[in-house]
Each structure stands twice: as C-alpha cells, then as structure tokens.
Design a protein around this ligand. Structure first.
Ligand SMILES: NC(=O)C1=CN([C@@H]2O[C@H](COP(=O)(O)OP(=O)(O)OC[C@H]3O[C@@H](n4cnc5c(N)ncnc54)[C@H](O)[C@@H]3O)[C@@H](O)[C@H]2O)C=CC1
Ligand SMILES: O=C(O)[C@@H]1CCC=N1
Length: 275
C-alpha cells in the first residue's frame, strides 16, 4: 500500500501498531520520532523504517500521523505540530492525525490544533496488538474521507480486531480492552499462585494458567456459547469447579472485576478533563 505513516512516540503502542502497519506498507514508508532518539532508532532499525529529526517533520511527512505519546504529553506535541498541519490543511493536503491517548477526546485534539476541520481519528488499542491479537476501536472526526478510513482499517486489522464505534464508547473500551490485559495478567498470576499452593511448580502453574485463559477465551469466541453455558459444561454437580466458584463468589470476584473496569473508565474520564 503506497501510503506514508509518521509515528510520534516509539514506545509500547507506537511499536506494536507500526509492527502491524509495516506488514502492509513496508517499513520504508514509516517514520518515527521520539524524545528518546535512541529508542526511535532501535525500533526503526527493527522495522526497516526511518527516524525524522522532530515532530514537525513527522507532521509534514505522514498521510497518517500517529500520536503514541502519553496523554499528559499530548497537548505539547499537538501545539508543536499544529503550524505544519495547518499549512497542509490550507494547501488541501491534510494529514490525518491518529491519537490513542486515553481519555483525550476528538474535541480536545481539534481544540489544541486550533482547527475544527482537521481530520483526526481517536482510537484505543491494547498491547496484544504487538502479537496481532489486539482489540482496536476508533472514532473518526467529521473531516476524514471514507477511503482514508478504509485504508486505516486495513492497517489496524494487521494488529487485531477493529471496530468503529461512537466516541462515547471509547472510555469504556479504554477500561475494558485497553486496560483489560493487565487485569487478565493479574488473574493468570492468581490462578498460578493457587496452583503453587496446590503443590505445582511455579513455572508449570504459570504455563497452565496462561493456556487455560487462552483456551477459555477461544471457547467463548469459537463456540458461540455464552460464558454461562460454558461454565455449566465445566462444572459437575458436587464437583471441584463448583467448590472453586463458591470461593470466587465469597470473595466478591464479579463485583471486584467489574469495579476494576469501572475505576479505569472513571480515570479515562478524568484524563479527558485534563488535570
Ligand atoms: N500501554 C498500553 O497498554 C496502552 C496505551 N495507550 C495509549 O498509548 C499512548 C502511548 O502509551 P505507551 O506506548 O504505553 O507509552 P510509552 O511510554 O511506552 O511510549 C511513549 C513514548 O513517547 C515518547 N515521548 C515522550 N515525549 C515525547 C515527545 N515530546 N515527542 C515524541 N515522543 C515523546 C517517550 O519517550 C516514549 O517512548 C498513551 O497515550 C496511552 O494512553 C492506549 C492503549 C493501550
Ligand atoms: O493505563 C493507561 O492509561 C493506558 C490506557 C489503556 C491502557 N493503558
């Protein structure tokens, strides 16, 4: 695909998404910038991409300009690239800004850029994008042409499942799939810890815990059955599973897991209001 991509920020998410993009565009059409130049250089070398001198150059280069910096850094970066984006917009060749910053709304992005017409996409990926098993949801601003969105969809699809959603879903997506991998790692650790307490070596317990979560998730995706139906398939009357479910319920498992998503959701809203 003959498009040019700039990625401002070469950390976890910039790296994960560009690894997928490189499969479609080839590394040579991708550029990185980062406050830590050595980090950008290492990633660029890995993908056959290149490094630009600064974020303004990045804003000039890309058909898509991915902003993969922390939400607290984003306003400064937007101010830095606003003049170049404005020039391109006025010349009829606007780049499309693609932000993945938690909580940061399209309205806030356009307001920092001082251009309500700037084409922008707000998206929320997650780290399994690094191994092409990510969840990505996005919302475009009004000015993004359908063809450009279709191409973006194609690029993002290299990193996982992609859904276009109304913007009001994005804080919820951030909480569930954005932060969710960390909650799931905690559950895997907890399962493994239980295995260790039951006498298993830690390495074996962790391996079996991770494969169990993977297998159970695939059952939800591939059988079309609900988690409740699948639970019934596991739990024999008077058996081991029901004993374990009882312990989870006693510990308030469902409420605690749901409260984790709710706390992340509320935090996304706070980040959006910008302290
Ligand atoms: N890590 C995660 O699981 C997810 C993160 N996000 C969002 O992705 C964004 C990036 O997060 P991560 O990749 O985890 O962070 P990170 O810390 O791994 O990467 C951010 C990069 O930005 C660089 N940077 C800092 N200031 C800069 C500047 N002025 N110009 C250019 N680069 C600069 C840093 O040196 C760093 O390499 C955040 O907005 C976060 O909300 C979204 C979904 C999931
Ligand atoms: O923790 C965060 O704020 C980011 C957003 C979703 C995952 N990581």
């Amino acid at each position: 695909m003959d498009i040019r991509i700039s990625c401002i920020g070469s950390g976890n998410m910039g790296g994960a998404l560009m690894r997928g993009a490189a499969k479609i565009t080839g590394g040579k059409n991708i550029t990185f910038t980062d406050a830590d130049t050595a980090k950008a250089e290492t990633l660029a070398r890995d993908l056959g991409a290149s490094v630009l001198r600064d974020n303004s150059e990045a804003a000039r280069y890309g058909d898509y300009i991915f902003l993969a910096v922390k939400p607290q850094i984003l306003p400064g970066v937007l101010k830095e690239i606003a003049p170049v984006l404005r020039e391109r917009f006025d010349a009829g060749n606007p780049g499309i800004v693609v932000s993945m910053a938690a909580g940061f709304t399209i309205g806030a992005i356009l307001s920092e850029l001082a251009n309500p017409g700037q084409p922008a996409v707000r998206m929320m990926p997650n780290t399994p994008a690094l191994i092409a098993r990510g969840v990505i949801a996005y919302t475009p601003s009004q000015g993004v042409p359908d063809t450009a969105l279709a191409r973006l969809n194609e690029i993002l699809s290299e990193t996982g499942i992609v859904d276009r959603v109304p913007e009001e879903y994005l804080d919820g997506v951030t909480a569930l799939s954005g932060s969710g991998p960390a909650f799931t790692y905690m559950f895997i650790e907890a399962l493994a810890e239980g295995g260790v307490r039951a006498g298993l070596p830690r390495e074996l317990a962790l391996k079996h815990a991770a494969q169990t979560v993977l297998g159970a998730a695939a059952m939800v995706q591939e059988t079309g059955r609900t988690p409740e139906e699948l639970t019934a398939m596991v739990a024999s009357p008077g058996g081991t599973t029901l004993a374990g479910i009882g312990a989870l319920e006693k510990g308030g498992f469902t409420d605690t897991a749901a409260a984790a998503v709710d706390a992340a959701f509320r935090r996304a809203g706070e980040l959006g209001r910008r302290e």
